[in-house]
Ligand binder design. Structure first.
Ligand code: SF4
Length: 611
């Protein structure tokens, strides 16, 4: 049996993963239909598992529900590849000797070794070797921001956890006097934290490489590096032969930040060896019965375990025990329960939580709505919030492309590059026509159309002349984009910053804003509780949840139904025929228009609700 680095990372999540994987592979290899296959199986739970993992369509097509096609990843693939090539070029410039890297995994340098009948195998993103040493470089399309932010303190003075040497960052040695230095390092040694996961990845690679070196009696010094994108790097727009070239920027930044992780990957080895023993035990026992869920299920968009639908099948989609607003954990009988603890201990639904665990007033309101099937409305606050809005209201929504590689002048890695905005102008309460009072700007190509976008934005929102306010759902996002555009296009700075300054958030009216309601004279209780709640929200105030409460509008009938689909269609422009692109552009316009019209409708619904 061969275990690749990715297998290793997945199979060691929990004892169930590997067993499910083997069942799934058996099924995929089989020539039988699912029905025949299921009949052959004696165990009831085994039937259930396949029923959850595979689905048969009416046309008889078998869909493997464990395979998630990440459309955003696919659409941005060319940019992710550009990160790898850029890192390869950077390493060639930095290190002497031979450097091997390729976008084709099978042309990358690989290592393997055997232990207890298992072949452990890994491919290396960038391999560099010179007379004295080998350099292993793992490339990740993430930014260095999270590592740069890591600090330890001695008394009240703060120090960076990673210190900069000439060409790379390196873990600061333990100063001995710092109380929190060990905790910070421990964080890096936790594979399920944001900062620890890439350290772990590289450490698994080290484990396999060291196994290979032992097996082949090779003694040469090996260094382990992580190459990530420098969040501070600013692209100057320079191209050669139509291709972006990332030169050292005006502040001396390179686009790639390199982290030398010899210490951390060495510290990780004892943990990885224990995981290796567990992995071999899990494979040998092949126990697919349910096990406890935990942080290893990684319930995040891109990292969640592919068997989530199976292991969480008893958890309702709405109003689960952890769907209390902004839930982090509950404390009951002196024990702290996070989301996974609740599920493992049988607290599954919202009303499974004992009432005496609820300490937040918002949670009590939410529970009361759930138990009594009631809608909560704080009419006085909603009325005051609505009256605090200045007209005309410019309902604004941006669509952006968070590209790993900066595409245009002035952009940084993962800059949220705006390619579309929708605007609905509400001139007085309820005075806004869906068509006449709407304007949508949409980039026609994948070229730089930001200047046109800015010109339209400041012309259509002449806030300095008309007064009023810009309104958005989660206005911090819109404000952030406007500030960035103001820095890139200083000739429009005054107008852009005026729009930004006028920004108000729809969430202030439907949910809350402590400072706003304090300034409007409300007491402490009112300032800390939400304005509106309906069970259908399931603890969330996203526009997709609040819109159906006030209107029949739905995103289901639209061709583009969410922000991810929108950026994917935009990123895929160049793969489309002219006709297809026109159709998709019409769909993008409809989608973005719906986002701002939804805000107009929600305000209308709130006015009705307080009558
Ligand atoms: S969802 Fe969680 S418990 Fe289930 S197989 Fe995946 S990691 Fe294991």
């Amino acid at each position: 049996m061969a275990i690749t680095k990715t297998n290793f990372i997945n199979y060691t999540r929990c004892r169930r993963f590997g067993a499910l994987e083997e069942i799934r592979k058996d099924k995929l290899d089989s020539k039988m239909t699912i029905e025949e296959y299921i009949k052959e199986e004696e165990k009831e739970n085994y039937k259930e598992m396949l029923g959850t993992m595979f689905e048969e369509t009416e046309e008889g097509e078998t869909i493997d529900k464990t395979v998630k096609v990440d459309i955003q990843l696919e659409a941005l693939m060319e940019y992710y590849k550009e990160v790898e090539v850029t890192a390869g070029l950077y390493i060639e410039k930095l290190f002497e000797g031979e450097t091997i890297y390729s976008l084709d995994t099978y042309r990358q340098e690989s290592f393997d070794f055997n232990k207890n009948g298992i072949k452990y195998l890994c491919f290396v993103d960038i391999y560099n070797e010179n007379e004295n040493e080998i350099n292993i470089i793992e490339v990740k399309a993430t930014t260095s921001r999270k590592y740069k932010k890591m600090e330890y303190s001695i008394e009240k003075e703060k120090f960076p956890l990673f210190i900069r040497t000439k060409n790379y960052y390196k873990l600061a040695s333990d100063p001995g006097l710092s109380k929190n230095y060990p905790n910070k390092v421990e964080n890096l040694l936790d594979r399920f934290t944001d900062v620890g996961k890439y350290m772990y990845d590289l450490s698994v690679q080290r484990f396999i490489i060291e196994g290979y070196m032992r097996e082949n009696n090779i003694e040469k010094n090996v260094n382990y590096y992580l190459a990530v994108l420098n969040d501070e790097y600013e692209y100057d727009g320079y191209t050669e032969n139509g291709k972006r070239v990332f030169r050292t920027d005006h502040l001396g930044n390179e686009i790639i930040d390199l982290y030398e992780l010899n210490d951390i990957t060495s510290m990780y080895q004892s943990k990885i060896n224990i995981e290796r023993q567990n992995l071999e035990k899990y494979i040998f026992e092949s126990d697919s019965t349910p096990c406890k869920v935990g942080v290893y299920c990684a319930l995040k968009k891109n990292t969640e375990c592919k068997y989530k639908s199976l292991c969480f099948e008893n958890v309702p989609e709405k109003n689960a025990s952890f769907n209390y607003k902004r839930f982090v954990s509950f404390k009951g009988d002196g024990i702290k329960y996070n989301k996974y603890d609740l599920i493992n201990e049988g607290y599954i639904k919202l009303d499974d939580i004992p009432e005496n665990w609820l300490t937040s007033e918002n949670h009590k309101i939410q529970r009361n709505c759930y138990d009594n099937n009631e809608v909560y409305i704080n009419k006085a606050k909603i009325k005051a919030g609505l009256e605090s809005l200045k007209y005309p209201i410019y309902h604004l929504d941006f669509e952006t492309l968070p590209c790993p590689i900066p595409r245009f002048k002035g952009e940084h890695p993962y800059y949220q590059s705006p390619f579309e905005f929708s605007l609905h102008i509400e001139r007085a309460p309820g005075v806004c026509d869906k068509e006449i009072d709407n304007y949508v700007f949409l980039a026609k190509t994948n070229e730089d159309e930001r200047l046109e976008l800015v010109k339209e934005l400041v012309t259509r929102i002449p806030i300095l002349e008309t007064g009023g306010c810009m309104l958005a759902q989660n206005v911090t996002f819109e404000k952030g984009r406007i500030k960035e555009l103001a820095n890139i296009f200083p000739e429009y700075k005054k107008e852009l910053l005026a729009i930004r300054e006028s920004g108000r958030d729809l969430l202030e009216i439907i949910d809350n804003n402590k400072e706003l309601y304090k300034s409007l004279g409300f007491d402490e209780y009112n300032c800390s509780t939400m304005n509106y709640y309906n069970n259908a929200q399931s603890g969330s105030f996203s526009i997709k949840k609040t819109l159906p409460l006030f209107t029949n509008l739905s995103y289901k009938d639209l061709e583009v139904q969410n922000g991810t689909q929108a950026l994917v269609e935009y990123a895929n422009y160049k793969k489309m025929t002219e006709e297809e692109r026109k159709r998709k552009q019409a769909a993008l316009i409809e989608y973005c228009k719906q986002d701002t019209w939804a805000m107009v409708e929600i305000l209308k619904g709130l006015r009705e609700a307080i009558k």
